[in-house]
Design a protein around this ligand. Structure first.
Ligand SMILES: *Cc1c(COP(=O)(O)O)cnc(C)c1O
Length: 351
């Protein structure tokens, strides 16, 4: 039996996937109980009276080019949030298996585990070493019941990268035992290359990418899981049928053009420059005690009086993220890098 089938929940391995109506171009579709007429003002390419391609092949192929991976190692999901949920549901038996997380980190890993009834093993990042990965502790705590290790790189809400060699070493050590899921939601803002290129050599590595951050397409709700093709085939069994709406497929397949990719590079450069400026200005403020280095489009800062900072931002009709409930961040706020004008207004409110 393959390692994927051994690791996954047996009920999921045993499932027969729902067979959607076949989706070929140029045939008369009398197989899906669709209405044969378009709604009167429907100007979509395929017609919204038709179900979308269940495999979202056009979009999958385009994203495979954008992320430079093979199309069969890629699953397009409704945000990476759905990919996290699918992974937990496919690999963790309720009440028995665990996910390992490294807080302070993205809250959805714990939530997805909670929804599935999976346990959570928590191995904190090392706060006084720039929130670096505690590989030794991860190794020690990764017992047989841990099926997924979630690593967020760059990490939300701390903004730092985790050591690439440490991640790959963990993937190597956990071979056939657990999947190391690297969430690269912010990787475009960093100087780091995606680990997706390593999936051939480390099949137990899985990478999450999203269009929600650097690509500026959060409203499209599109995230991508890049993993061993057998993991992808397994998750296809449990993703909702026709998950990606036709309007999104059409809009985003067109949007991911060479022009978009050039604009993306310019936007990333703008965010980085503005991130540096905002960081230096925040560090000068009397209420700010520390601003962390960031490889993302946000900054994490510690305040003498975070409540006052929140209320003054609120008076200026600006929202920043209150992260004081995260372990070790009881005096911290997370600030997304906005336009220069927006950042100026925030600085003004805090001066
Ligand atoms: C924003 C974010 C995502 C993106 O989620 P989507 O569902 O793709 O919008 C994923 N992971 C982290 C850590 C994030 O901060």
């Amino acid at each position: 039996m393959s390692w994927v089938r051994q690791l996954a929940r047996p009920e999921i391995v045993a499932l027969t996937a729902f067979e959607p109506a076949s989706w070929e171009a140029g045939v008369t579709r009398l197989n899906a109980n669709e209405l044969p007429w378009r709604a009167s003002e429907d100007e979509s390419l395929a017609g919204l009276n038709r179900y979308p391609d269940p495999l979202a092949r056009a979009l999958t192929a385009r994203l495979a080019e954008v992320y430079r991976v093979a199309a069969d190692s890629l699953l397009v999901c409704r945000g990476s949030d759905e990919a996290i949920d699918l992974l937990v549901r496919a690999f963790c038996r309720a009440g028995e298996d665990s996910v390992l997380i490294c807080p302070p980190t993205y809250g959805l890993y714990r939530l997805a585990a909670g929804i599935q009834g999976a346990k959570v093993v928590s191995v904190p990042l090392i706060a006084d070493q720039g929130f670096s990965l505690d590989s030794q502790a991860v190794l020690e705590r990764c017992t047989g019941e841990v099926k997924l290790v979630f690593l967020c790189c760059p990490n939300n809400p701390t903004g730092n990268l985790l050591s690439e060699s440490a991640i790959l070493q963990l993937a190597d050590t956990f071979a056939h035992r657990a999947i190391v899921v690297v969430d690269e939601a912010y990787i475009e803002f960093s100087q780091r290359e995606s680990l997706a290129a390593h999936i051939g050599r480390y099949p137990q590595l899985a990478v999450l990418r999203t269009l929600s951050k650097a690509h500026g397409l959060a409203g499209a709700r599109l995230g991508t899981l890049i993993a061993d093709p057998e993991v992808i085939r397994l998750l296809r069994k449990i993703i909702a049928p026709y998950a990606i709406p036709q309007l999104i497929v059409e809009a985003v397949t067109t949007l991911l053009s060479p022009l978009h990719l050039r604009t993306l590079q310019r936007r990333i450069a703008q965010v980085r420059a503005e991130r540096t400026r905002l960081r230096e200005a925040l560090a000068e403020l009397a209420n700010v005690t520390e601003v962390f280095l960031s490889e993302t489009n946000f900054l994490l800062a510690r305040f003498k009086d975070p409540a006052a900072a929140l209320s003054r931002a609120g008076d200026a009709r600006i929202r920043v993220r209150d992260v004081r409930t995260y372990p070790g961040l009881s005096d911290a706020l997370r600030i997304s890098v906005g336009t220069p004008g927006e950042n100026d207004r925030l600085l003004e409110a805090w001066t």
